[in-house]
Design a protein around this ligand. Structure first.
Ligand code: WTA
Length: 631
């Protein structure tokens, strides 16, 4: 079978075969790779434990498939293009051969510092080539990487390091992002006050800012890598050995470490990448996501390199030095495929067309979006002004837990419908269920989105807490993987994702647990209790609305709000900073003490006409007070 579907007819045939005989289908895809040993069994699974294993008995190293495998035919082809934050600084490029050597040297350095197969390594960096190299360097020696987004602060970083018991942190002195210089190493120093498992810190020099190096623990990357060899024997991994952990927010408690394993993730990342974007040899492909999120893992690093593509990485932000930066980069490198987030599109749309007009954008062939539902207005703006109505938009729906794209058009193949993620990818069997878990068959239905059959890239467990994985995803609706998203299927069987149905909010495409933000707010010594909900936001998709109860009446309310914002930034990171803070005397609680978030959500949305039944509240009068003070 060819690894790329080329027509809608072919998609329909492949899809139906993939559902009829999933094992045969995935074997036909998996044959392509460099296996040290082929698998004994394609798939073993049950969704009650859950226990999912793909390609059991297979042995491989994913970096041999990303790099070594391409050296014969692509050694001189550009693998990675890096565009720095400052447009006046020179960019860097790496051919497949160069990237291979960089990864080998990095891997040898990790080995030299005692990192072994199975060890967890935390990576906390800005968007520099060494970040991608660090991921691959870990994978080369069988260490499990856990990347933490550079926008999280010391407390969030420490939680993630401790949960995974990382032995090493790879970081940089700082990171450039727009006009800012983020002091990464200082944040790491603060985090490590409470992280006993970390023995070594490797520090990349990027911004040149002053940092404190702790002798015996902290090492400069350029010094350590200097004498390492440029070849590195890869660790031979089992198909189901862990490849990485990536933390994602849930409705309760601390973020959970989503675990992905080697072979299934590899096959899924590559196969989805080629088909969704219809990548052609020689194309320049740009995913604007940060590697701190799953999109950066799968569709900036692993997917494109597995496919032998040229992948572009950008250090900065879309609005600096001005709102034309994305389009300038597209023209500069003649980008053919761009994959970005609706929130970025909306923010650039709001800045006006004068930032788009100077650029030709004629190299573009495919546009992609991910991370949240794309509203029709943004879809049309993207289509008209960026794609000039000649580029298909792939609205790709997936999650950290799914490893890769599950519902999506295939570029130029699947008919499009604005704001619809359209149809399931081959091998993916979605089900829409009602609140009782009954599957709604046929078209024109709306409910909760589940998946009823395993796919190779799916989550295997949550790190060191398998029960949490079961409870979160597999217990609500027996026999299904539950996504946490609401969904409609239209008269033609096309899927539209309607948004989260649980207590997590998608803020600028980033998943945040309301509990996490509340926890950060409660670090302020004067706050007794808080409740956080989302509200629709024109640019961010969703904004954060916090209701807070102070310990005592304070006359300087604005000062208190500022302090709360700063507290959240300090403990969690600026991505958790509330857009609105309302100081209240009480929260709407039931007699059993449970906060009725439904009521708070309505107030935050500005829809107070019908708050539903409030008679079960302990003190219904707080609702009127909150309503009266709503922002
Ligand atoms: C949302 C990001 C609508 C959804 C890859 C999902 C989307 C959550 C789309 C996962 C889309 C992602 N349309 N909603 N095309 N893509 N989502 O784990 O709510 O950061 O459950 O993974 O993003 O977010 P995560």
């Amino acid at each position: 079978m060819s690894t790329r579907i080329t027509s809608f007819e072919e998609y329909k045939t492949v899809y139906s075969e993939s559902v009829k005989n999933p094992e045969k289908f995935w074997v036909s895809v998996a044959g392509e790779y460099y296996w040290r040993r082929k698998w004994d069994e394609v798939l073993k699974w049950n969704f009650s434990e859950p226990d999912v294993k793909w390609f059991t008995g297979g042995k491989l190293n994913i970096t041999e498939n990303c790099l070594d495998r391409h050296l014969e035919s692509r050694a001189k082809q550009t693998a990675l293009i890096w565009e720095p934050n400052n447009p006046d600084e020179k960019g860097r490029t790496f051919t497949y051969r160069e990237l291979y050597h960089e990864v080998c040297r990095f891997a040898n350095m990790l080995r030299h510092h005692g990192v072994k197969k199975g060890d967890r390594v935390c990576i906390y960096m800005g968007m520099v080539p060494e970040l991608a190299i660090a991921l691959l360097g870990c994978a080369r020696i069988g260490a499990i990487h856990s990347v933490v987004f550079g926008g999280f602060s010391f407390n969030s970083l420490a939680d993630r390091i401790n949960d995974a018991e990382c032995c090493m942190v790879i970081t940089a002195d700082g990171a450039f992002r727009g006009a800012k210089d983020i002091p990464l190493k200082n944040v790491v120093d603060d985090a490590l006050k409470n992280c006993p498992s970390v023995k070594k810190v490797i520090v990349l020099k990027r911004t040149g800012s002053d940092v404190r190096m702790q002798p015996g623990r902290d090492f400069w990357c350029h010094e350590e890598i200097n004498n390492t060899h440029h070849d590195c024997h890869p660790e031979v991994m089992d198909a189901e050995d862990m490849l990485f952990i990536l933390y994602t927010s849930g409705s309760t408690g601390k973020p959970k470490g989503v675990v992905h394993t080697t072979a299934g993730y590899m096959v899924f990342a590559d196969y989805t990448f080629r088909n969704v974007f219809q990548y052609n040899d020689g194309d320049i492909y740009w995913c604007t996501a940060d590697i701190g999120w799953v999109t950066g893992h799968t569709y900036l690093v692993y997917g494109p390199l597995l496919a032998g593509a040229t992948t572009l990485m950008f250090e900065g932000i879309p609005t600096w030095p001005d709102a034309g930066r994305f389009w300038k980069i597209v023209d500069k490198y003649k980008v053919n495929i761009i994959y970005t987030a609706p929130t970025a599109i909306r923010s650039l749309q709001a800045m006006g067309l004068e930032y788009v007009k100077p650029y030709k954008l004629d190299s573009l062939r495919v546009l992609g979006t991910v991370g949240e539902p794309i509203n029709e207005e943004a879809w049309h703006w993207y289509n008209d002004n960026i794609g000039k109505k000649r580029c298909p938009i792939v609205d790709t729906w997936w999650q950290t837990e799914t490893g890769g794209i599950l519902i999506t058009p295939l570029a130029g193949i699947t008919p499009l419908k604005p704001s619809f993620a359209t149809l399931p990818f081959p091998g993916i069997q979605p089900a829409i269920v009602d609140e009782n878990g009954k599957e709604l068959s046929g078209n024109n239905v709306e409910g909760r989105l589940c998946i009823k059959f395993p796919w190779p890239g799916m989550i295997r467990t949550t790190y060191r807490n398998h029960a949490r994985c079961r409870e979160n995803y597999f217990e609500q609706y027996k026999g299904y993987y539950f996504t946490g998203d609401g969904c409609k299927r239209d008269e033609n069987g096309f899927y539209r994702i309607t948004g989260r149905v649980d207590d997590v909010i998608k803020v600028s495409g980033h998943l945040l647990g309301t509990a996490e933000v509340e926890n950060a707010i409660n670090q302020h010594p004067d706050i007794v209790e808080s409740a956080v909900v989302g509200f629709p936001h024109a640019i961010k998709g969703w904004g954060i609305y916090a209701f807070v109860i102070p310990e005592r009446e304070r006359s300087d309310k604005e000062k208190l709000k500022k302090e709360i914002s700063d507290t959240v930034t300090k403990f969690m990171g600026s991505i958790g900073r509330p857009d609105k803070i309302q100081i209240v005397r009480g929260l709407p609680k039931t007699r059993s003490g449970k906060i009725m978030r439904r009521i708070l959500r309505k107030i935050a949305e500005g829809d107070t006409s019908n708050l539903g039944d409030t008679t079960t509240l302990l003190d219904p009068s707080v609702v009127d007070e909150i309503k009266a003070g709503a922002l």
